[in-house]
Write a protein that binds this ligand. Structure first.
Ligand SMILES: [Zn+2]
Ligand SMILES: [Zn+2]
Length: 286
């Protein structure tokens, strides 16, 4: 491993380590323990700062230094933000609100570390989840690492159980859906968190809010996609028989598939019944 790869990995690994630390504090703080929320936020801002540097490093390793002609000290978070925002250097496409929130988060961290600053627990909780959603979004969008690769699933579940988490994550999920140009027809209500952020486009099959995944199936009759439990097997409508111990379908009534969405299955069953009637009582108008 060369030196530059080492720096790159340590920036990214450390951003993840701080994120995990932040989440651990948040889970143990629940709704009170304001000190713990503060530590949670401090760790999260640290994670965010390292995420910014990781992205700068990906653009060009020299960019993580304050002075590129004399690379001694690494950039501070605000300078990192400026560079990423600079169209001739980073040109990282992100919304203005996004940058403002990141900037505010860094300022908040500075206030917290430089004075006897005490956050109200309510505010701290809200702030934590706002920031957490930003880090999750930033890692996924710019560093191509999804949150489930950073935080274990059971820990993530615990975090999501804290009410305010969902709201912030759902908002960010919406933004990501827009950013990625996902067709709204291909965004479903998530069976896990009930937000409209379950993306089925391109077989993503993942909720952008809670990261729940489930396979989806195309109904061959209507062409829409459904979850497994919304599909119904109608093969018992076919005429079949056992030949040498094996089931053989000798009449599928023109259906070369055997499951469809509930709505279509009702139509298919009617159609098969009609065909059977036709067979048993052929119309006499010939
Ligand atoms: Zn969900
Ligand atoms: Zn259908």
């Amino acid at each position: 491993m060369n030196g530059s790869t080492e720096i790159k990995l340590s920036l990214l690994d450390n951003s993840h380590a701080f994120m995990r630390e932040a989440v651990a504090y948040a889970i143990s703080a629940k709704d009170d323990a304001r000190k713990k929320w503060q530590f949670a936020i401090l760790n999260l801002v640290q994670s965010l700062e390292l995420s910014l540097k990781s992205l700068l490093f990906n653009i060009h390793p020299i960019l993580i230094f304050e002075n590129i002609d004399s690379p001694k000290h690494t950039v501070g978070p605000l300078q990192a933000l400026d560079r990423l925002n600079n169209p001739t250097i980073g040109n990282v496409v992100s919304s203005k609100v996004e940058w403002q929130r990141i900037q505010k988060a860094i300022e908040l961290r500075n206030q917290m570390t430089h004075s006897e600053f005490i956050l109200r627990p309510e505010y701290a909780t809200a702030k934590f989840f706002e920031l957490f959603a930003i880090v999750v979004y930033f890692q996924a969008q710019h560093l191509k690492i999804e949150v489930e690769a950073i935080i274990p699933e059971s820990t993530l579940d615990e975090l999501l159980a804290i009410e305010k988490a969902i709201k912030e994550l759902a908002e960010k999920a919406k933004q990501r859906i827009t950013d990625e140009g996902i067709d709204s027809e291909l965004v479903y209500e998530c069976p896990n968190c009930q937000n409209y952020s379950f993306v089925i486009q391109d077989d993503i099959n993942t909720c952008y809010t809670c990261r729940y995944t489930a396979e989806t199936f195309e109904c061959e009759k209507c062409g829409k996609f459904f979850f497994e439990w919304e599909m119904e097997d109608f093969s018992n409508e076919f005429d079949d028989d056992y030949v040498d111990g094996e089931g053989v379908v000798y009449n599928n009534y023109g259906y070369d598939y055997y499951s469809a969405c509930t709505e279509c299955v009702a139509i298919i069953k009617d159609d098969i019944a009609e065909q059977q009637m036709e067979y048993e009582h052929p119309s006499r108008n010939f």
